[in-house]
Ligand binder design. Structure first.
Ligand code: XIL
Length: 318
């Protein structure tokens, strides 16, 4: 059986993939992404980000995101929104404006509200929307983004409240990387979620991105996911890929298979881990080679859309 079939048998809501608009023009790619035996959930990898959705203040452009949602709806796939507030891939005006606290707070509120409101009801079933991405430094302190520097940690409260108001049924997640295993950054997220709950800020889940390296997958993923779940929130693996230093070798592919199995088995073992999304499914469109010099081959299908051992690793993990 195929990936989403195994995920469902394991009691998960979905197995899914990220995608980007221009990739949908690739016919064989389109066909496989539509296959709900493998993928029952889609995340837009770029087209709901700030630069794409509010390129100028108050000028909201949702066509790219809507195209992905229409694709998913046609296939009866769930959609995860991505993302309300992130310091990266921001529209330049947000930083260039040198806004004061009150003004930037309004900007964060309006952006989050309008984005989630536009897609109200589209974040179906698990109704997930990645809220605030990568808010933390590796040591668990807050990242000094324009939002943190201007507003302080309450920029997160503002975004969550606005998103809840825009679509009360959408599940709201805090989403970050390098929070796969136990460690200071994961502790930072735990403390934030406790604080948000104490302050009655609506938070439903923690998104563990899962941008990992072959042979270096943390050994404490299961314990960490459980620690997150013990806060009373859902957990999802939202952006899984496991990259290697190129060139690809049979040994690396075997290790990658084991590593995928390890991550999936950790999610499987934690009841409140609701699903897994890979950050695209074929090496043809992976973001890795463009960002990590000399690394790549991070996904379960190769550049020719052929399944790699990693595919069976996922099956074995479930
Ligand atoms: C990546 C996209 O896949 C790329 O196309 C883009 O150039 C940069 O961003 N963490 C995130 C995602 O939350 O939004 C990032 O996506 C990968 C890292």
């Amino acid at each position: 059986a195929q990936l989403n079939v195994w995920a469902r048998i394991a009691g998960k809501q979905y197995f899914g993939s990220a995608t980007d608009n221009y990739e949908l023009a690739d016919k064989p790619y389109f066909k496989q992404l539509s296959n709900t035996l493998d993928f029952a959930q889609i995340t837009p990898s770029n087209s709901m980000k700030w630069f794409a959705t509010e390129p100028e203040r108050g000028n909201f452009t949702f066509a790219g995101g809507e195209e992905i949602v229409a694709f998913a709806k046609k296939n009866r796939q769930l959609v995860r929104g991505h993302t309300c507030v992130w310091h990266s891939q921001l529209a330049p005006w947000v930083e260039a404006g040198n806004f004061d606290n009150a003004t930037l707070s309004t900007i964060v509120r309006d952006h989050s509200y309008n984005l989630v409101r536009n897609f109200r009801g589209d974040f179906t079933h698990d109704k997930s929307t990645g809220m605030s991405s990568t808010a933390f430094n590796e040591d668990g302190t807050f990242r000094e983004t324009v939002f943190y520097k201007t507003i302080g940690p309450s920029y997160i409260d503002i975004a969550f409240h606005a998103a809840r108001k825009a679509d009360p049924k959408a599940k709201l997640y805090i989403n970050d990387y390098n929070i796969d295993g136990l460690g200071p950054k994961s502790t930072g997220v735990i403390n934030l979620v406790k604080q948000l709950k104490k302050n009655k800020v609506p938070i439903d889940g923690i998104g563990v991105q899962g941008h990992l390296i072959v042979g270096h997958v943390p050994t404490t993923i299961k314990e960490n996911l459980q620690a997150f779940a013990d806060l009373g929130v859902d957990v999802a693996i939202t952006e899984l890929d496991i990259r290697m230093t190129l060139p690809v070798t049979p040994e690396l592919l075997e290790q990658q298979k084991k590593d995928y199995q390890t991550v999936i088995a950790a999610c499987r073992a934690v009841k409140k881990c609701i699903g897994v999304t890979i950050w695209d499914w074929t090496d043809k469109y992976s973001w890795v080679p463009g960002v990590f010099d000399g690394e790549g081959a991070a996904l379960p299908w190769d550049e020719d859309l052929k399944k790699k051992p990693a595919y069976d690793g996922i099956v074995d993990g479930f």
